[in-house]
Design a protein around this ligand. Structure first.
Ligand SMILES: Cc1cc2nc3c(=O)[nH]c(=O)nc-3n(C[C@H](O)[C@H](O)[C@H](O)COP(=O)(O)OP(=O)(O)OC[C@H]3O[C@@H](n4cnc5c(N)ncnc54)[C@H](O)[C@@H]3O)c2cc1C
Length: 399
């Protein structure tokens, strides 16, 4: 087993500098957090002709958006068959339609910059680690087809024929899925936002109070006020809005990366409902993430964001057991990132309970890339024409 080395996420190795705008005393819309949710929402609001300021306490894509695996997989928090059990058929279909709309929106937005964000529509595979998962994925494929979504179940033999020997018991193939460079997606979105007239500054927000038709904020360097506030602070949302404590939990994910290898994986894959996931980057690095059930506290936010040795050992063991071709690959290092988990696996999108001018867009669990563009679009539209957002994502639902 290779030793545990902490490293900068692959995506943040060549991080660009963004120019900073001066802070105004007041602004129409203020967005907190330049992850994918905040950047995309800021762009949507700016395209409505609004005056928008985006504030980020670290740097664009510093949070989960720059630390994930870049797997653009149309999925809810569970395989579709389980989503149907948990949410009911109608709601599962509605949630999945939203994901499809989001993937389409993202694909269209990237039409002019696919190579910049390394967008590759390869399809994806959810691989069955055992017979129970195989049955669940087979059933998911059937339900997805019945509900009008593109998906196909491949038996273990079909999988072997296409990709050679594999320890998996079959797989769910979704042809519309993709891989991308997740931080470049944020940077490109932020650039489009600035080109649309939006302002950006590297400032943390520490206090928020609604009074007299304004949201008053304290930032690292002073105070300002906004007519509307949108909190897209990912796992850190409860620090700004303690009423969301327990509704948004910070859960640590971990990814290990090998030195560049010849092509082994042509598409993003995952198994055990995303408990392990893997893909290969453009330059050949193999990324394997997950195994957070091995961490003390199951990955709940810890003081030290360094990779957890028990998780690292489990990831190495998973690699050894599942991919003999990678047995000799050298581990380059590992990184972590904080995901925003919700008790019911669904995001928070809408006005904060008890607030009229403050909104939240967060809680994307382990699969935000496929959902955020559409949610951001809908939140911006709700501000424009009072259109309603689905009740199942209402931040007040846990009250
Ligand atoms: C290891 C790992 C692997 C993952 N793999 C995948 C994957 O393959 N596919 C997928 O779809 N999803 C994946 N995810 C989940 C995905 O990354 C998230 O769902 C998504 O990035 C969430 O985006 P966000 O904008 O809501 O949050 P974030 O990206 O966390 O953005 C929040 C931003 O807010 C800033 N901020 C916080 N507080 C303040 C404040 N007070 N003032 C100013 N700024 C503030 C933070 O610095 C941060 O930049 C993974 C996550 C992790 C951690």
């Amino acid at each position: 087993m290779s030793g545990l080395v902490t490293q900068t996420p692959l995506w943040l190795e060549d991080r660009p500098d963004f120019p900073q705008d001066a802070l105004p005393d007041s602004v129409e819309c203020l967005v907190v957090g330049a992850g994918l949710a905040g950047s995309w929402l800021a762009l949507e609001l700016a395209r409505q002709g609004r005056e928008v300021l985006l504030l980020e306490e670290a740097h664009p894509a510093a949070g989960a958006s720059g630390r994930n695996a870049g797997q653009l997989v149309a999925a809810l928090s569970w395989p579709y068959a389980r989503a149907v059990d948990i949410l009911g058929r109608e709601r599962a279909r509605e949630a999945r339609e939203l994901v499809e709309a989001s993937m389409k929106r993202l694909g269209e937005e990237l039409a002019d910059c696919r190579s910049r964000v390394q967008y590759m529509q390869t399809g994806s595979l959810a691989c069955a680690a055992g017979d129970r998962e195989r049955r669940q994925l087979e059933q998911s494929a059937r339900l997805l087809q019945e509900d009008g979504f593109e998906a196909e179940f491949w038996t273990a033999d079909q999988l072997t024929k296409r990709y050679g020997a594999s320890p998996f018991h079959g797989a769910l193939h979704q042809p519309g899925d993709a891989t991308l460079h997740p931080a470049a997606l944020v940077w490109t979105t932020l650039q489009k936002f600035r080109d649309t007239g939006g302002s950006y500054a590297g400032e943390g927000v520490s206090q928020i109070r609604e009074e007299g038709g304004w949201v008053h904020l304290r930032t690292d360097s002073g105070e300002l006020r906004a007519r509307q506030l949108f909190c897209c602070a990912g796992a850190r949302v409860p620090r700004l809005f303690p009423l969301l404590e327990g509704r948004v939990r910070s859960v640590q994910g971990q990814i290990m990366m090998t030195e560049p290898e010849r092509k082994v994986f042509v598409l993003p894959m995952y198994s055990r409902e995303g408990a392990e996931y893997w893909r290969q980057g453009e330059k050949g690095h193999v990324l394997i993430g997950g195994c957070r059930d091995q961490a003390p506290g199951q990955g709940l936010e810890r003081e030290a964001p360094e990779p957890d040795p028990a998780v690292h050992a489990a990831l190495e063991e998973f690699r050894r057991r599942s991919f003999p071709k990678l047995a000799a690959a050298r581990t380059a290092g590992s990184w972590t990132g904080q995901m925003a988990f919700t008790p019911d696996g669904l995001p928070l999108a809408g006005r904060l309970p008890g607030h009229t001018l403050s909104w939240v867009l967060a809680g994307f669990n382990g699969c935000g890339l496929c959902q955020i563009p559409e949610w951001a679009h809908r939140v911006a539209r709700a501000l424009q024409d009072d259109s309603s957002l689905p009740a199942w994502a209402d931040p007040a639902r846990f009250a």
